[in-house]
Write a protein that binds this ligand. Structure first.
Ligand code: ADP
Ligand code: PMV
Length: 906
């Protein structure tokens, strides 16, 4: 049986300051704000009548038998504070400690091994962390239940085992409401020895006093509303039962975590304005919540009419508090919004006079592991707002500007107001739901290879390169698995296939990037070593190409997938020759990076433009079909490019970044690495127009070579012969410069342009020969193309040492000559490709228009065949798409991919 509390209450009634309103208190009370402002303790009259409580900054007190001897056990400033807190909390006792978590720790020490705790499932991250600790170290069982439904507590109530029921209402950050009164009643009836503990931080004693509704212990992080200025950390505990107070005071005295005198003073001062601040803060919150709700964001705030717990909350609490949260449907967008606000400070915690904004999943609740967050329905994109006392118009203006900047709202001319832009994941989630696979959508991407016309190798050392995409591409397909495994299939590298148990990957070696941070310039060698020594340890030198590709893939997967750890297969196939100098590694890197980012939702695609319906049709406007081009926004492309560059670094050691930039952005561009003396040290990309009209012949020498070694070789030559290489680099810089000028000069005739380019190609090739990166096979190709009757100019392209050569084909070159040149080259054992340049970069098969991807199993172009074995089974369907992809012959692969639906490009 719970002990009686009458004796305590009798003492309370002796207080000269009238008590607050309570069913347990019959006397006419002062109102709450009066109580807050009146700090008086009849037992502790100040000898000088000081209007403000003095700070007894003293560890010890002299004499024997005095009320205070040592500040760990008691301090007069603390007594004042605790008296005041008890008074405004309608409690018999109050205790004050160094933080809200210290308060919970003191309370949890009431438990003993074997006890059971029932707690909510939407708890503050720190609470969750402490509960997890006592579970693993204290022999205590913790059941997390949905406390919004009191009946969900019942099955876990066990009179001999349940020792504590821990509630938060409303919860942080989803503002879910628990019926504290109903649950307390159930607990008292079914497990009378169990104590009901309530974290009241979100409300403060002003708005909610759970002891009045049957709770046994209430605690607050006084860092929040009670102090109100974010200038101290404190926790307060209140209760009516003497026995509980004594046991908790014992812990505080033993541990020494009581609140220090200075902080007691500050907290006391803060509480005087509690009601005033709270009134303003919650009025502001109501306005902000109404504004966001009006825009169409899913907004969580008990003050909104459609809040599911509103009726219960109104019964228990006297207001809605100043914390609200809303969902954007897109984590990246949420990050942009949070980053774009100015008045709303990015900070954890709440209750301060200044308004704060945060993303719980990456901040206050990051200590809950991602799987548990997902299981408990905590959206990754959730933004939490804590309104302060500023002018509400300024708060809304600032938020509106951030929403506009982040692309979350746009002005709708017809409605004459801002409206929410449906987020990509709104669309995606409906597409995904259709597939019934939740996060497990398949993603199909492709990215082009490249030719470097001028500047390969030199570009690594800061010289400008001139490069363009080629119409030979790598394709990447991810298909979901549901077995906790990750697999890769590299069709072009000896049909390599490998799979891993996701949990056994070296997650411990991952140093996660801070939220919004970019990968540093250098690779994380610890992670690289851990991957090579762990998941790739069985792959020897004979598998070095596949090992390098798998290393790049796993490196990105581990860095980007820590939160979701998605289970899927990734298959790569290319129509371009691997390792031939046409940037197969960059197009592979782009495919792997983009799919890993997509699967982890680190990037999303914008929603497709809405076709205007008859009802909302405004004035007619011209609609141009871009066939998916320029659909993927530059910022998304940038993110992919950064990660593709990381993959290139894994594959190549010291890549310049030109290959992946061309692969992601497509077209033709002049690319310069930042930080070198060429081009005044300014790095960057500049599109080149006029390149597209040129015709090229690419010839694969079929001589294998290793870009990493060739790049390192030039680096070594530069170190040993700096003058020679320095001179060559300068000359190549002039070549690139001249080429760009010529291509951009409208006055230059076509013949002049082509002969200028021929001269530059010849000169650039000679420099590459001096750098030692040509090969006899490449010289043979040069000789064959230069011989009569062809007379064409050729240079190596890419890393050289074998690989491909590129030949400029003049406009008037006869088709018959081309046929015989192709035949000559083929006869010599080379593989020529007539290719067009300057086409699109990264493409993603649209998740919007895809008519259920999994049924599109075109085995031969033009013929859609739903495979018999796939009927009705999504897993089988997905496997079938993968099979179809892996089965296509290379010559029809592009056409097959095109036929699957609408491709969206950078
Ligand atoms: N389609 C692909 N599938 C898997 N890995 C690939 C693919 N294409 C390229 N790679 C990776 O890139 C390496 C080739 O890089 P590199 O020698 O620079 O050739 P390239 O000049 O074509 O870029 C391969 O050994 C492999 O590790
Ligand atoms: C030699 C180099 O300039 C281009 C490499 O191209 P590829 O790997 O041969 O496709 C290296 C680089 O730019 O990173």
């Amino acid at each position: 049986m719970a002990p009686k509390i009458d004796a305590t209450l009798a003492r309370l009634h002796d207080l000269p300051t009238p008590e607050p309103e309570s069913p347990l208190r019959p006397r006419k009370p002062y109102r709450f704000s009066t109580l807050c402002a009146t700090v008086e303790n009849p037992d502790q009259k100040d000898q000088y009548g000081s209007s403000s409580v003095p700070i007894y900054q003293s560890a010890t007190f002299k004499g024997v038998g005095n009320p205070y001897d040592y500040s760990r056990s008691g301090n007069p400033t603390r007594s004042h504070l605790e008296h005041h807190i008890a008074k405004i909390s309608s409690a018999a006792h109050a205790l004050s400690v160094s933080s809200g978590m210290a308060a919970l720790d003191v309370i949890l020490r009431l438990l003993k091994p074997g006890d059971e705790v029932i707690a909510g499932d939407d708890l503050y991250g720190g609470t969750n962390r402490l509960l997890t600790y006592i579970r693993s170290h204290g022999g205590i069982t913790v059941h997390h239940v949905d406390t919004t439904d009191p009946s969900s507590v019942l099955p876990f109530l066990n009179p001999s085992k349940t020792a504590m029921v821990l509630l938060e209402s409303p919860t942080n950050p989803l503002l879910k409401v628990a019926d504290i009164a109903a649950i307390s009643k159930d607990v008292k009836e079914r497990a009378p020895d169990a104590i009901v503990v309530v974290d009241n931080t979100m409300m403060s004693p002003y708005l909610q006093r759970p002891l009045e509704h049957g709770a046994d212990i209430v605690y607050d992080s006084a860092t929040k509303y009670l102090s109100g200025h974010h200038d101290l950390m404190a926790g307060v505990i209140t209760c009516n039962r003497d026995d509980l107070k004594q046991r908790m005071a014992f812990t505080i005295n033993s541990v020494g975590n009581a609140l220090a005198p200075n902080d007691c003073f500050l907290l006391l001062r803060g509480t005087k304005t509690l009601a005033l601040r709270m009134d303003r803060q919650q009025a502001n919150s109501q306005q902000v919540a109404t504004y966001l709700h009006g825009l169409g964001f899913k907004t969580h705030y008990p003050g909104l009419a459609d809040h599911p717990g509103r009726e219960i909350h109104e019964r228990i609490a006297a207001g809605n508090g100043a914390v609200l949260s809303f969902e954007t449907g897109d984590k990246e967008m949420s990050e942009r919004i949070v980053g774009a606000t100015r008045l709303w400070g990015i900070s954890v915690s709440f209750g301060c006079v200044n308004s704060l904004i945060s993303m719980p999943c990456v901040m206050s609740h990051a200590s809950i592991d991602p799987a548990t967050r997902a299981e408990r329905g905590l959206p990754e994109d959730l933004i939490r707002l804590c309104a302060g006392i500023e002018d509400p118009a300024d708060l809304i203006d600032d938020l509106e500007r951030a929403l506009i900047e982040a692309g979350a709202i746009v002005f709708d001319e017809q409605q004459n107001k801002y409206v929410r832009v449906p987020s990509a994941s709104d669309e995606l989630s409906s597409a995904v739901q259709k597939l019934g696979l939740d996060y497990q959508q398949e993603w199909f991407v492709s990215a082009p290879g490249k030719i470097i016309l001028f500047g390969e190798h030199a570009v690594v050392h800061g010289v400008t390169a001139v490069a363009a995409s080629v119409d030979l591409r790598c394709y990447g397909l991810t298909t979901p698995r549901n077995d906790g495994r990750l697999s890769v299939h590299f069709s072009d590298i000896d049909n390599f296939y490998y799979e891993w148990e996701i949990q056994s990957l070296p997650w411990d070696a991952v140093t996660p990037l801070a939220a919004g941070a970019q990968h540093p310039d250098t690779l994380d060698q610890v992670l690289m070593d851990a991957i090579l020594a762990g998941p790739l340890k069985e792959l020897g030198e004979d598998k070095k190409h596949a090992r390098a590709a798998a290393l790049a893939f796993l490196y990105m997967y581990l860095m980007l997938g820590e939160e979701k750890r998605p289970s899927f297969n990734f298959t790569a196939r290319a129509t371009l020759p691997v390792g031939a100098g046409l940037g197969s590694s960059a197009s592979f890197s782009t495919c792997a990076a983009s799919t890993i980012l997509l699967v982890n939702r680190a990037i999303t695609l914008p929603p497709p433009p809405q076709p205007s319906s008859a009802a909302d049709a405004g004035p007619p406007h011209v609609h141009i079909s871009h066939q998916g081009r320029r659909f993927i926004p530059p910022s998304t492309a940038d993110t992919v490019n950064q990660w593709a560059f990381i993959a290139e670094k894994v594959l190549h050691g010291n890549p310049s970044g030109v290959d992946n930039s061309v692969s992601v952005f497509g077209g033709a561009l002049a690319y310069t690495r930042a930080g070198f003396t060429f081009n005044d040290g300014k790095g960057g990309m500049e599109p080149i127009l006029g390149f597209k009209s040129l015709k090229f012949l690419l010839t694969n020498s079929k001589v294998p070579r290793d870009t990493k070694k060739l790049v390192a070789g030039v680096g070594a030559l530069k170190a040993s012969e700096p003058e020679l290489v320095g001179g060559i680099l300068n000359s190549i810089q002039s070549i690139s410069h001249e080429a760009r000028r010529a291509l951009a000069d409208p006055e230059l005739s076509r013949t002049e342009l082509l002969s200028a380019l021929e001269a530059l190609i010849k000169e650039n090739h000679e420099h590459l020969v001096t750098l030692g990166v040509s090969h006899p096979s490449l010289e043979t190709i040069r000789a064959t193309t230069a011989a009569e009757p062809y007379g064409l100019t050729t240079k190596l392209t890419g890393a050289g040492g074998g690989g491909c050569a590129v030949t400029l084909v003049p406009d008037d070159f006869q088709a018959s000559s081309m046929d015989s040149l192709l035949a000559d080259l083929t006869k010599e054992g080379f593989v020529p490709y007539l290719t067009s340049v300057g086409g699109s970069g990264l493409g993603v098969l649209s998740p919007y228009s895809a008519p259920n991807l999994i049924q599109m199993t075109v085995v031969n172009p033009g013929e859609v065949t739903p495979p018999p074995e796939a009927a009705g089974q999504s897993a089988a369907d997905v496997a079938t798409l993968r099979l179809a992809f892996e089965k296509q012959d290379v010559p029809v692969l592009s056409q097959w991919a095109e036929s699957l639906g609408r491709w969206l490009y950078v």
